[in-house]
Design a protein around this ligand. Structure first.
Ligand code: G3H
Ligand code: 13P
Ligand code: NA
Ligand code: ZN
Length: 328
């Protein structure tokens, strides 16, 4: 059944678990997510980015998610729009039947340039007014995602061009978060706490605390009824990187956010955990390996099936680690 983000995350908060929000662009990702959820009895958040809409087309994406709900009627599913760059984008998703939208007003409409606090409040208020009138939830964002190690924003954020971010910019301010939530009434808030988008988060193996857990605790204490969202939460599985490189890939050494550290965040109010890169890596590794071993094969279903299995394994592992399993 289709449910809103607020409904799902209220349940998650009450029972102390987190929910991975997987990006979806195609049938194979959708199947992997749903089969993993079915196997572990987990509620689901699937999210579509602007890039996904461009790739698959909005109607195909919408019906892919609706098909998932039809085939797995016993699984609660949140249909979420990832990183909306304006209230108009959110409005179109609401019209399409999404049960949750992200209004990312931390960036200007170009999706690259950091925006002012006042701009962020204004566009988030507009999105909330429309969404809440339709029973749709809203995720806002406050702060600039970027690595505390390098001061560099993730690739998709494009802030890199504007120069390195200061330590202050890289962590959401708890007081400002409280003001922002009071002014906008967003249901969930994406915070900057040391993660960044994409595969290149950390150049050295993350030892010790790479996330600002104390900052997460402070923010959660100020806004206990607003669900915290951690973007850039891929763990960049080293086994899949090795497979990609063993079978013809050329990816440099890189590390993601260790699952245990995400779990630490979940103990302190993180409820939605955004993951895209990990499924991309598994998918690419599975295809490269299959192609190398089956040189005469030309039926795409053969290698696409390998991607479903590879992605499903990651989904199962995250549902289990985050405590999502058993809650559907
Ligand atoms: O936050 C970005 C997500 O990983 C989606 O990426 O815009 O390439 O679909 P995309
Ligand atoms: P990753 O690039 O770490 O998978 O993050 C995805 C994300 O935050 C989508 O909004
Ligand atoms: Na941001
Ligand atoms: Zn994101």
């Amino acid at each position: 059944a289709l449910i809103s983000l607020r409904q799902l995350l209220d349940h998650a908060a009450e029972h102390g678990y987190g929910v991975p929000a997987f990006n979806v662009n195609n049938l194979e990702q959708m199947r992997a997510i749903m089969e993993a959820a079915d196997q572990t009895r987990s509620p689901v958040i699937v999210q579509a980015s602007a890039g996904a809409r461009k790739y698959a087309g909005a109607p195909f994406l919408r019906h892919l998610i609706l098909a998932a709900i039809e085939e797995f009627p016993h699984i609660p599913v949140v249909m979420h729009q990832d990183h909306g760059t304006s209230p108009a984008v959110c409005q179109r998703s609401i019209q399409l039947g999404f049960s949750s939208v992200m209004m990312d007003g931390s960036l200007r409409e170009d999706g690259k340039t950091p925006a002012s606090y006042d701009y962020n409040v204004e566009v988030s208020q507009l999105a909330v007014a429309m969404a809440h009138a339709c029973g749709v939830s809203v995720e806002g964002e406050l702060g600039c995602l970027g690595s505390l190690e390098t001061g560099e924003a993730g690739e998709e954020d494009g802030v890199g061009a504007a120069g390195k971010l200061s330590h202050d910019q890289l962590l959401t301010d708890p007081e400002e978060a409280a003001q922002f939530v009071a002014a906008t009434k967003v249901d969930a808030l994406a915070i900057a706490c040391g993660t960044s988008h994409g595969a290149y988060k950390f150049s050295r193996p993350p030892t010790g605390d790479i996330l600002a857990i104390d900052r997460i605790k402070e923010i959660h204490a100020r806004i206990p009824n607003t669900h915290l969202v951690m973007h850039g939460s891929s763990s960049v599985p080293q086994e899949w990187l090795a497979i990609i490189n063993e079978y013809g890939g050329e990816m440099p050494e890189t590390y993601g956010v260790p699952v245990e550290q995400i779990c630490e965040g979940i103990k302190h109010g993180v409820r939605k955990v955004n993951i895209d890169t990990d499924l991309r890596l598994a998918s690419t590794g599975a295809i490269r390996r299959f192609m190398a071993h089956n040189r005469s094969e030309f039926d795409p279903r053969k290698y696409l099936k390998e991607t479903v299995t590879a992605m499903k394994d990651i989904c199962v592992a995250r549902y289990e680690a985050f405590g999502t399993a058993g809650n559907a």
